[in-house]
Design a protein around this ligand. Sequence first.
Ligand SMILES: Nc1ncnc2c1ncn2[C@@H]1O[C@H](COP(=O)(O)OP(=O)(O)OP(=O)(O)O)[C@@H](O)[C@H]1O
Ligand SMILES: [Mg+2]
Length: 368
Amino acid sequence: MDVYLDNLTMEFEDITAVNRLSTTIKDGELVSLLGPSGCGKSTTLMLLAGLYKPTSGDIYFGEKNVTKLDAEKREIGMVFQNYALYPHLSVLKNIMFPLRMQKVPKKEAKERAIEMANLVQIGHLVDRKPGQLSGGQQQRVAIARALVKKPKLLLLDEPLSNLDARLRLEMREEIRRIQQEVGITAIFVTHDQEEALSISDRVMLMKGGLLQQDSAPQEMYRKPINSFTAAFLGNPPINFLQIKKTEKPRTFELMNSSQIVKIPVNHEKERIQLGLRPENLYVTNKEDAFITGEVIHLETIGRDTLIRVQIGEVTIRALIDPSIDINVGDQCHLGINQEYIHYFDVENGANLERGNSNDGQADMEQYA
Ligand SMILES: Nc1ncnc2c1ncn2[C@@H]1O[C@H](COP(=O)(O)OP(=O)(O)OP(=O)(O)O)[C@@H](O)[C@H]1O
Ligand SMILES: [Mg+2]
């Protein structure tokens, strides 16, 4: 079932939690709602679920306008961070619960619950109480319970937040598998960019109730619409450096350092915010250098070495080949492939190379 949001707005007393949100979520798609705390993710889910009624705007499930439809008539499955299982009921009875509420006969309810338990791979645990399960297993029960009524839409609000790092990784793959196996349209709320990028068909990044960018994960990563998006995605985060124009074409001076940088394009702006991702920088020689600084910190993280390099008054991070012999205190020339340099407007953060893209709806002033 396609889900269509048309200028959806939710105002609480003094705050616009969701601001003119428009998008289409296609049948069978898994879309992540991503953004910092308080950006309106849960409110958007509550609106979709019918637990809140919007101040203005409309929600369509397929052709049908459901804006005024009560929650229980929307055919939605929901999964929350805290599982919300009934502690005194067995796993099986927890999963059967929504069906029993619907007066589905016990035998049929039991069969369907077992089918769901097998789908989420807890078929062997159905006689236990939730308290006798691990966090990951409890979350599987919650997913089975959400799916047992065969909802048209699955809403997940930070379902993995209570799990440790390893289990999170495993469970996010599981959620993707289950969602694809069932073929259900799903909206997955998270504030973890890696989680969003890894499992979704599409990511919607919000800030202050406004949709910033709505695109496929790789597109969002490679072509951030603004500096907020660029900074929100990626770990370690993107480096920003401000540069100002000199007399010579394509030649700029780093702010807070007299260093000269040459950029491949001729931007008209007096000042530009450069965005350089740590993994796109590499150690090179003086001739090939894009920028130069002093190594002030060095650590090995997994496959890479992370260095911090002082350039004038700013420090930047680079992920470099661990076989390179470099030490704290060394002068370091960093190169970057030109296609990886991002250019942002200093005033409003807009990506200067994206023009008037229509995959975000925020006004330029609003995400400065
Ligand atoms: N019932 C409410 N009454 C008043 N304000 C609310 C209510 N629910 C949410 N808000 C406000 O709306 C904004 C969006 O809240 P929301 O819960 O949607 O954020 P979120 O993106 O889910 O954040 P988090 O990542 O912390 O869960 C916040 O500023 C919040 O304080
Ligand atoms: Mg929330």
